[in-house]
Design a protein around this ligand. Structure first.
Ligand SMILES: *Cc1c(COP(=O)(O)O)cnc(C)c1O
Ligand SMILES: [Zn+2]
Length: 418
C-alpha cells in the first residue's frame, strides 16, 4: 500500500525533472539540481477555496493543502497571519500612490518570517521520525529553530557565523539550544553543515530538509493575496539572502491563480539586497542570468550570503515577472529603518531597512511607477539588530527631576524653531 503523503506527490529536480520519494533529501543525484515538492493540485483545489480558508484559524496553516506535510501540523499554530498595514505616510514620503507593509516583524514566536519556514520543517521532521534538528543560520533561523524546537521538545544544534549581533546570539541561547559559532562567514558555516548533515542523522532544516522548509515561505505570499482581498499586488519588494523567499512569494502567487483563488493577472517581483552583499542584485542590474559569489561586508547580517543557493532562480523570477533589483549602502539601510519607524511606527531590523531603501530607489527611478500599488515584505524586528542603529537615531536628553529644567529645555527648543 502507498504511504499517505497528504497533498504531496513527490520531490522533483528543478533541472531534469527526475522524481524522488518524499524523504529528507534535497539534491538530484544526477545533476545536483535542487529538489522541490510537487502537489496534487487537482485534489487541493477541491478543499482549498476562499470559503474554506476563511473558516480556518488565522495562522499560516490555513493554506495547509499547499504546505508540505502529510498529516496534521504539530508546530506553528500561532505562526503567520501577520498584519498587512496600509502605509499612507510612508507612501507619501516615497512618492507612490499606494503602499502596504507585510509586517513579519511581529511574527510569532521569534519576530521574523523564519518562524514560517521552521514550522513546516519541524512538523515534517517529526513526521519523518527525527528527534534532533539543526540549521546553518545568519541569525534569525537560529532563533526560530531554537525556540520552536524547545516548544516541540526536540534537540537543537544551531550553527552561526562567529561575528553575529549579540541580540541574535542571546535569542538562540536562551532557549537552551546548542549554539555553535563558526569562525568564518555564512557560506563556510553552510559548507560545514552540509558535511555534518551527511554524517549525522539530523534534520537540518535548510540542508536536507530544504525542499520542505522553503515551502513555508509561500504562506507569506498567500496571506498577502488574501489580505489584499484576493488580489495579487502590482509590485512586491522582497529582500534576498539565499533568494528563496522571493522565489516562493512568486510560487504562492502562481498557485493562487492556478487554484482559482484570485484572477489571472500580471505582477512584478523586485529583489532587495545590501550593497555590501549584492551578488543577486548586481547580476540583475547587469542583465546576467548567473551571479558571481561575493564576500559579504554589510550591517544587514541576516542577508549576508555571498553564494545564494536560490540566486539563479530569483534572477529568473525577476526576469519572468519584469521585476528589478537594487541594493543599498549601510547608511541607506539605517535611513530605511528610520523612515519606516517614523512614518508607520514599525521598527524593522536591517533587512527591513534594505527593503524600504530599495523600494525608495525603485520608485525614484520609475521602475515602480508612482501611480501603482506596492507591497513591501518587512521580515524581521529591529530589537534584534540594535547594534546597527545605536548612535544613529538621535539622543536622549538628560535633566534633573525639576519642572524648571524641563521648561528651560522646551524654551531652548522653541528658540531653535523660531
Ligand atoms: C533569512 C532572511 C531573509 C531572506 O531569506 P532567503 O534566504 O532569501 O529566503 C530576509 N529577511 C530576514 C530578516 C531573514 O532572516
Ligand atoms: Zn536533476
Amino acid at each position: 500500500m502507498q504511504k499517505n503523503e497528504g497533498f504531496m506527490k513527490a520531490l522533483k529536480c528543478r533541472e531534469c525533472g527526475r522524481e524522488y520519494p518524499l524523504e529528507a533529501t534535497h539534491v538530484c543525484e544526477f545533476d545536483f539540481g535542487p529538489l522541490e515538492v510537487v502537489y496534487d493540485y487537482a485534489r487541493a483545489k477541491q478543499t482549498l477555496t476562499r470559503k474554506s480558508i476563511a473558516s480556518r484559524p488565522q495562522n499560516m496553516w490555513r493554506y495547509r493543502e499547499l504546505l508540505p506535510i502529510a498529516g496534521d501540523p504539530t508546530v506553528g499554530f500561532q505562526v503567520g497571519f501577520t498584519p498587512l498595514v496600509k502605509a499612507d505616510r510612508l507612501a507619501k514620503r516615497l512618492g507612490i500612490r499606494e503602499l502596504w507593509i507585510k509586517n513579519d516583524t511581529v511574527n510569532y514566536p521569534t519576530l521574523s518570517f523564519k518562524d514560517r519556514v521552521v514550522s513546516v520543517a519541524l512538523s515534517r521532521a517529526r513526521e519523518l521520525g527525527f528527534t534532533t534538528v539543526a540549521c546553518a543560520s545568519t541569525g534569525n533561523l537560529a532563533n526560530s529553530v531554537s525556540a520552536n524546537a524547545a516548544a516541540a521538545g526536540l534537540k537543537a544544534y544551531v550553527f552561526i557565523p562567529a561575528d553575529l549581533e549579540e541580540g541574535k546570539v542571546v535569542n538562540s541561547l536562551v532557549y537552551g539550544a546548542d549554539v555553535i559559532a563558526i569562525k568564518g562567514h555564512y557560506d563556510e558555516v553552510n559548507r560545514l553543515c552540509a558535511e555534518i548533515a551527511g554524517k549525522f542523522g539530523w534534520a537540518f532544516v535548510n540542508v536536507n530538509m530544504r525542499p520542505y522548509y522553503a515551502e513555508g515561505s509561500k504562506s507569506m505570499g498567500f496571506e498577502i493575496v488574501e489580505q489584499m482581498n484576493w488580489a495579487i499586488p502590482q509590485h512586491t519588494v522582497v529582500c534576498m539572502a539565499s533568494g528563496s523567499l522571493l522565489t516562493k512569494i512568486h510560487k504562492s502567487y502562481q498557485e493562487s491563480m492556478k487554484l482559482g483563488l484570485t484572477p489571472e493577472t500580471n505582477y512584478q517581483i523586485h529583489g532587495a539586497q545590501a550593497t555590501g552583499c549584492s551578488p543577486i542584485s548586481t547580476a540583475q542590474k547587469a542583465g546576467m542570468d548567473f551571479f558571481k559569489p561575493v564576500k559579504p561586508n554589510t550591517i544587514a547580517k541576516s542577508l549576508a550570503i555571498g553564494t545564494p543557493a536560490d540566486g539563479f532562480y530569483a534572477l529568473r523570477v525577476m526576469r519572468d515577472t519584469g521585476g528589478s533589483a537594487e541594493d543599498v549602502t549601510d547608511d541607506e539601510i539605517r535611513e530605511g529603518i528610520r523612515l519606516l519607524a517614523e512614518c508607520e511606527g514599525i521598527f524593522a531590523e536591517t533587512a527591513g531597512g534594505v527593503t524600504v531603501g530599495v523600494a525608495k530607489k525603485l520608485i525614484a527611478s520609475g521602475k515602480i511607477p508612482a501611480n501603482d500599488s506596492a507591497v513591501l515584505c518587512v521580515t524581521g524586528h529591529g530589537l534584534k539588530t540594535l547594534d546597527a542603529v545605536v548612535g544613529h537615531v538621535g539622543r536622549t536628553r538628560e535633566i534633573k527631576p525639576s519642572l524648571r529644567e524641563f521648561e528651560t529645555l522646551l524654551d531652548a527648543d522653541q528658540k531653535v524653531k523660531r
